[in-house]
Design a protein around this ligand. Structure first.
Ligand code: CAO
Length: 520
């Protein structure tokens, strides 16, 4: 059984940060084989069935995309499949193949990755042909991309593809097996085979440097760029939509990307203080004053720090504070929890807060918008996906409740529990962390009277929730004890002004103060 990288949502590639098993390990169904990590979170890739690990096909630090082969596992019910793969590996290692040149049946040949010159590796950007398709002389079989170029692997012979041995997005090196083909038998002109090859089944393959014809990964996205450029752009933190491509049909090349970054850096030098020229915090040698020790931040913390810093320096924040009188809500919640006790479930205030926020966002959609690149318009989402911060041992992650506005308090509560449990166990899929339109950060279970949450950019607003306290509240005639919930709304002041913030809070506290309003 082949274990592959599952759907990554809109993420192209993730890094392999941990390999949890070894060859010959016996593993159980759903046991994690590797841990992958994107800029949002890490997740385990589980084994769909129990069995023995036969091969691990990834290495630490490797970048992998959806469908990439992770491991081969002998599972009792998949013996037939495994046998097939054993054959494939043999042929890749140049063991005797099934058909020799003298064989009267259709002659089989292996299509190998051509000499990549200075490049150590190439990425398979497109599978032009599929199994069973006929191939003419001079037609492309696959498209590859190295750091410097994209090119097609062209067949010199006519035949039929009988096996594709690579997947789109996979990394290959010179001599790797790409495909197997049956040659079309033409008695008059037998296929020309290179003399220098030891392997009699090797076919002469040409490479054609032809960037014009390459339909690159990510066609669904509006930018036209190859995986190597996309990876580099991610490393630089550049939005490819901002870069003008000089390649054919506007394709963005590495040179375009580098020129863009260089240009931005020089702009910052001459312009007003920006990210690159901000005054640096002075370093202090604490060792001079006493004993110190160093503690490495987890990868999630490092990534979170980068994102938070980007938001802090790019988004002009305002935080508005208020309190909701949740005395009645808490009575109602207590009743619900008594009912739910038998089922072993509970509802925390957060589920009500999510529900209330959905209603407020429906009334004031500007709060789940994002500022467009030209900074002259905002993009308003017609859907309502609420992210909520979860504290995990690895750091902060933000799972997203999809279509939260279509869900009731009970369902929201169970999704909050499910997502936060999975998050702490590294079991979230990448899709669980994507697509949020508004975020809630609740520290209510821990305490505090209020805090300034940082906007989860490119979202424009985030709600912080602190600990509910029983306080004396004046009702016009007397003080009475009321349960007050502190709320802190931070927003991007370029999009939302103070009056909008005030209206949001008024509506929200009104809803939480009188849950009958949930039904209006
Ligand atoms: N006031 C008082 N009590 C609260 C409360 C509030 N605002 N919010 C929750 N509680 C109570 C709950 O009712 C629950 O009480 P019981 O144990 O008596 O049932 C208890 O606190 C624990 O709640 P919880 O943490 O299990 O559930 P939750 O729905 O409140 O929160 C989650 C879930 C995932 C948001 C939370 O566990 C978490 O990780 N919070 C941290 C988020 C964070 O770090 N934010 C900071 C981001 S900025 O750096």
């Amino acid at each position: 059984m082949d274990v592959v990288i599952p759907s990554l949502g809109d993420i192209d590639e993730v890094e392999v940060i941990e390999i949890c098993v070894s060859v010959d390990d016996e593993i159980e169904e759903n046991e994690g084989i590797i841990v992958i990590e994107s800029d949002k979170a890490s997740m385990e890739v589980p084994c769909p069935a129990g069995g023995i690990v036969r091969e691990i096909c990834v290495s630490l630090g490797e970048m992998v995309g959806e469908g990439h082969l992770v491991a081969k596992v002998d599972a009792p019910q998949t013996t037939a499949v495994d046998e097939e793969h054993t054959e494939h590996i043999d042929s890749k290692n140049n063991q005797p193949t099934e058909v020799s040149l003298a064989d009267p049946s259709p002659q089989k040949i292996d299509v190998l990755v051509p000499d990549l010159g200075d490049s150590v590796q190439a990425i398979v950007t497109n599978l032009v042909l599929s199994v069973g398709q006929s191939i003419a002389v001079n037609s492309a079989i696959v498209e590859l991309e190295t750091d410097d170029e994209t090119f097609e692997v062209i067949s010199e012979c006519e035949g039929t593809i009988v096996e594709l041995c690579i997947k789109k997005g996979e990394t290959v090196s010179t001599g790797d097996l790409l495909a197997k083909m049956d040659l079309k038998s033409t008695e008059s002109s037998p296929p020309k085979l290179p003399e220098s090859q030891d392997d009699p089944t090797f076919v002469g393959i040409e490479t054609s440097i032809n960037t014009n014809q390459v339909a690159l990964e990510g066609d669904s996205q509006s930018v036209y760029a190859g995986p190597a450029v996309r990876r580099l752009a991610r490393e630089y933190g550049v939005l490819l939509a901002d870069v003008v491509g000089s390649g054919s049909r506007g394709r963005i090349t590495k040179a375009d990307l580098k020129a863009f970054v260089k240009n931005k850096l020089s702009e910052q030098k001459v312009g007003s203080p920006g990210l690159g020229s901000a005054v640096q915090v002075e370093r202090v040698d604490y060792g001079k004053f006493g004993e110190t020790y160093s503690l490495e931040l987890s990868r999630i913390q490092q990534i979170g720090a980068k994102n938070l810093y980007a938001s802090w320096v790019n988004v002009p924040h305002v935080t508005q504070h208020d309190k909701a009188n949740v005395t009645d809500l808490e009575d109602f919640r207590e009743t619900l929890n008594m009912e739910a006790k038998e089922a072993g479930s509970k509802i925390t205030p957060l589920a009500f807060i999510v529900r209330a926020c959905c209603l407020v966002l429906d009334e004031y959609p500007i709060f789940h918008s994002s500022l467009e690149q030209n900074q002259q318009s905002i993009l308003i989402n017609r859907f309502c996906n609420i992210g909520f911060a979860v504290d995990t041992p690895e750091g902060l992650i933000v799972p997203v409740i999809k279509e939260a506005d279509k869900k009731g308090v009970r369902q929201l509560s169970s999704e909050i529990m499910d997502l936060s449990k999975k998050g702490r166990e590294k079991k979230l899929g990448m899709g669980d962390l994507q697509g949020g339109t508004f975020t809630i950060s609740s520290l209510g279970s821990l305490g505090g009277t209020g805090f300034t949450p940082i906007v989860n950019a490119p979202q424009v607003a985030i709600l912080g929730v602190a600990r509910m306290q029983t306080e004396p509240v004046w009702d016009g005639e007397q003080f009475s004890p009321q349960k007050m919930l502190p709320l802190s709304l931070s927003y991007d002041h370029r999009v939302i002004n103070g009056a909008d913030g005030g209206r949001f809070m008024l509506f929200l506290t009104g809803l939480l103060g009188d849950i009958r309003r949930f039904t209006l």
